[in-house]
Design a protein around this ligand. Structure first.
Ligand SMILES: Nc1ncnc2c1ncn2[C@@H]1O[C@H](COP(=O)(O)OP(=O)(O)O)[C@@H](O)[C@H]1O
Ligand SMILES: CC(C)(COP(=O)(O)O)[C@@H](O)C(=O)NCCC(=O)O
Ligand SMILES: [K+]
Length: 254
């Protein structure tokens, strides 16, 4: 008996298999990541030889066509494909979005994962969930479990491509994060990084003011490690935050 968790973003599909009874924070038995252009080879490659999972739950923000292609890769297993649709409430979190179903499934699941982490360590204050993927999202959860809302901004890659495409003189290699950049490469890299860390720190201040208490700041996503060193606010990198949310949701449904 095992549980397959899938997180399809706009760049990569991430998957993890857990033993029955796993909880948020548990280590997966196996896990992997593939770029979306390679998802049609999952059954023949990454998942070849995997013990057939007995349950699955996925988060997908890459559209219906991608979801169908992934479902095809799972066809040889006797598995009921289940995908998260953000609702008004799930796993102890209430959804404050104007139209709950329009919230990105990955954001909803990550906030639920972050809530589970906070509760597990006995923390009942607010939580700020930061995801650094293709896009960057910064999502606020109140101490009493209400998702208050959050920001979407371009990830580093999108920012740089937008600048390259919209200017004549910004085609340069990746630079370093510097306090006062003195060349174009460093200016671009620092600009992108400070845009992201600045947005995070602004939301942290807003949430602290609203709740009267410093939030727990949990960060995840493929490029989280790049942003973490430049972030002044105390934070924790949790690679599998979306998987932890999927585990929490699966446990609540059972
Ligand atoms: N080894 C890596 N493989 C892929 N992406 C990476 C890697 N290291 C950093 N990244 C960054 O992480 C981003 C993808 O992160 P991910 O969380 O998978 O995004 P998404 O959920 O949007 O698909 C890429 O835009 C890239 O900038
Ligand atoms: C904001 C996102 C594009 C992030 O995608 P990602 O970077 O994880 O690929 C995704 O969560 C999404 O499509 N959201 C729907 C719109 C919303 O959340 O309001
Ligand atoms: K993501």
């Amino acid at each position: 008996m095992s549980f397959l968790a899938i997180d399809i973003g706009n760049t990569r599909l991430k998957w993890a298999v857990y033993a029955d009874g796993a909880e948020p924070g548990s280590a997966p038995l196996q896990h992997g990541a593939v770029f979306l252009e390679n998802i049609d080879r999952l059954a023949d490659e990454d998942w070849q030889g995997l013990a057939p999972p007995t349950r699955m739950l996925g988060s997908n923000v890459a559209g219906d066509a991608v979801r169908r292609r992934v479902e095809e890769q799972m066809e040889h297993w006797d598995l009921n494909a289940r995908w998260v649709v953000p609702a008004a409430e799930a796993a102890g979190v209430r959804n404050g979005y104007d139209h709950p179903t329009r919230l990105g499934a990955d954001r909803w699941v990550a906030v639920i994962g972050a809530h589970a982490h906070a509760r597990k360590r006995g923390f009942d204050g607010p939580v700020l969930t930061v995801m650094i993927g293709t896009a960057v999202t910064v999502d606020a959860l109140s101490g009493d479990g209400q998702f208050l809302g959050g920001l979407i901004l371009p990830g580093h890659g999108i920012m740089l491509r937008a600048l390259e495409g919209g200017t004549a003189g910004l085609r340069v290699p990746t630079g370093e994060v510097r306090d006062f950049p003195t060349n174009t490469s460093d200016a671009l890299t620092t600009g992108g990084t400070f845009a992201i860390t600045g947005a995070i720190e602004r939301m942290q201040r807003l949430l602290t003011q609203r709740e009267g208490r410093e939030p727990l700041l949990l960060m995840t996503g493929g490029a989280g490690w790049k942003v973490a060193p430049a972030l002044d606010a105390p934070h924790e990198l949790i690679e599998g935050l979306i998987f932890d949310g999927l585990l929490a949701m699966d446990a609540h449904r059972a």
